[in-house]
Write a protein that binds this ligand. Structure first.
Ligand code: FE
Ligand code: ZN
Ligand code: FE
Ligand code: FE
Length: 191
């Protein structure tokens, strides 16, 4: 490693791998989502992620490098954690809260990575690459914000009210609260 530009291409290979891993992982996360809104958000981000893979190929091209992937171990770990949380015995909004947690860790990892490569590209004078990377960084930020909104407005309140009475160990009365209904204003009817 002798130059920042080399470090930049190495990190891009890591991101290329990360995005490709996500292309495989997001459909499962969407399928496991109970809230229709969360499912749509994840499906939409799958589409966005396809565009991000193409955009990384444009970045490699603008740098005059072949598009190559080098296994991103961090993303492997984040996806493993997402799978673990989806294997938990949780229903409805509680399961969704776990999926959102895993998805936001992924988005934050991507935001950290894209922020870094965008800055490196900029200071290397690779302006086209820097602009492309900024576009993806903005998309990751939007995805993260959307997940926060879904958590705060729908999923967390439902997960909390779904937990009422569960702490005392009354397992029998477990109700399967399917979230994602349009009536998000009625959901927080608490005793
Ligand atoms: Fe991405
Ligand atoms: Zn990585
Ligand atoms: Fe962790
Ligand atoms: Fe993303």
């Amino acid at each position: 490693m002798e130059s920042l530009k080399e470090l930049l291409s190495e990190e891009l290979k890591d991101l290329y791998s990360a995005e490709k891993q996500l292309l495989k992982a997001l459909p499962k996360m969407a399928k496991n989502a109970n809230s229709g809104e969360l499912r749509s958000a994840l499906e939409e981000h799958l589409e966005v992620t396809r565009g991000q893979v193409d955009r990384l190929e444009q970045v490699f091209e603008s740098l005059g490098k072949p598009a190559k992937a080098k296994t991103c171990k961090a993303m492997q770990g984040l996806i493993e954690e997402a799978n673990e949380i989806m294997e938990e015995d949780a229903e409805g909004a509680l399961a969704d809260a776990g999926i959102i947690a895993a998805a936001q860790k992924v988005e934050h990892y991507e935001m950290a990575s894209y922020g870094t490569v965008r800055t490196w590209a900029r200071i290397c004078g690779e302006n086209e690459a820097a602009e492309l990377l900024q576009e993806t960084l903005d998309e990751e930020g939007e995805a993260d914000k959307k997940l926060t909104e879904l958590a705060e407005s729908i999923v967390n309140p439902q997960a909390e009210s779904q937990s009422d009475g569960q702490e005392s160990g009354s397992r029998g009365s477990k109700k399967s609260t399917k979230s994602g209904s349009k009536s998000s204003s009625k959901k927080s009817s608490r005793r």
